[in-house]
Design a protein around this ligand. Sequence first.
Ligand SMILES: C[S@@+](CC[C@H](N)C(=O)[O-])C[C@H]1O[C@@H](n2cnc3c(N)ncnc32)[C@H](O)[C@@H]1O
Length: 371
Amino acid sequence: MHNWLPRTPGTDGTTIRLTSSKAAGNTFTLSQQEDEGRFFVDCGGNPLTNLYSDLQRLRKKYLPQEPGAAVDETRLLRYALHLHRTGQQSGGPLSTASDARSLCPSHVGLPTPPGSLGKQWDRFLEAFPVSLHSAPQSKRLCVGAGFTAHRPLYQKWRNVQILERSSYILSQAMGRQATQPTEEAVRRALTKEGWANNTPSVQGVVGGWVAPRDAPTSSQSLIRSISEQCWRGLAVRDFGGLKGKGVVATCPMDKGDVVCDYHGTLISQAEGRQREDSIYRVFFKELCIDASSRCDCHPEVETYGRLLNHSRKRPNLKPKMFNLTFPDGPRPVIVFLALQSIKVGEELVWDYGVTRTSFGGEGKDLAWLDM
Ligand SMILES: C[S@@+](CC[C@H](N)C(=O)[O-])C[C@H]1O[C@@H](n2cnc3c(N)ncnc32)[C@H](O)[C@@H]1O
């Protein structure tokens, strides 16, 4: 199996060692530029600020695609977390393995099926959503549902679930202040879940822990967190039923902390109104952000903002608009700020600003709108 292993940054910079068959022995040494978040430069020598595309490029150039390759889970988590650490030297904070998950699959070497297989993966996920407790699908079921390339899809599905489970166990086993969990605490949390297979290892979970960092405090660090979709202390949890997925805190947050953005496609308010089927629209001023499908900039990342659920009576987040100047120009963004101190494990919710009686009573059957 190929791999490319970053070393923890030293004072002199960071070395990424490429050990794939094609690139064995090659190293990249990242200098202090890394502190600016500039991992690589483009052909014209200009610094790149988007970790995602930088890594995609690196991966494409040096790593053979191995759609069915198995992944060493411990190394995967460590690797993803190292990337996060090194990618966020001056701002975009990260804290847990759940954050590593947001890099998956392509960032961390999860096999990314090329071409049509990649398209199948999206459909596969829709047909067989990954959750903490779902069981992998049998070959017969997959093939019956039209997925001919069962093996790589199945393997990738298992890898994503392992990361989701690792992240969840980490959030359960961490100390109150998001301190590193002991092996014993992780073992207890794993035993409680009683998963019979595809279970993360104790060492993998403990090794995936990263000390919490501060929330972004400057517009530059905010721009980086948005561009790289790197947010600290967040995990997706499936609440089941109609509520579906939501986001929980995996590290304590303070009032005023930036939690994440509402990441999607920026369109006009008028266009947004036409997209009636989308439940992932946020309107502000004359604009709308639609997050109904994955964004073009992070197509393989499940972004957090769109999964935040609603609470009218007890919101702990509030949305705020900022005008930021990104490398490709200025644009408004919606960012969620903590309204109060937030504890580990708390669900993060905001007030969607609608009640059952809004829009002439359109949502009169939706009791959750008033809760
Ligand atoms: C922007 S999405 C939030 C993420 C969503 N739960 C999911 O799994 O994709 C909004 C939808 O989530 C559900 N939802 C949000 N808040 C809820 C709540 N407090 N109780 C039940 N369902 C909720 C509703 O179906 C709503 O249309």
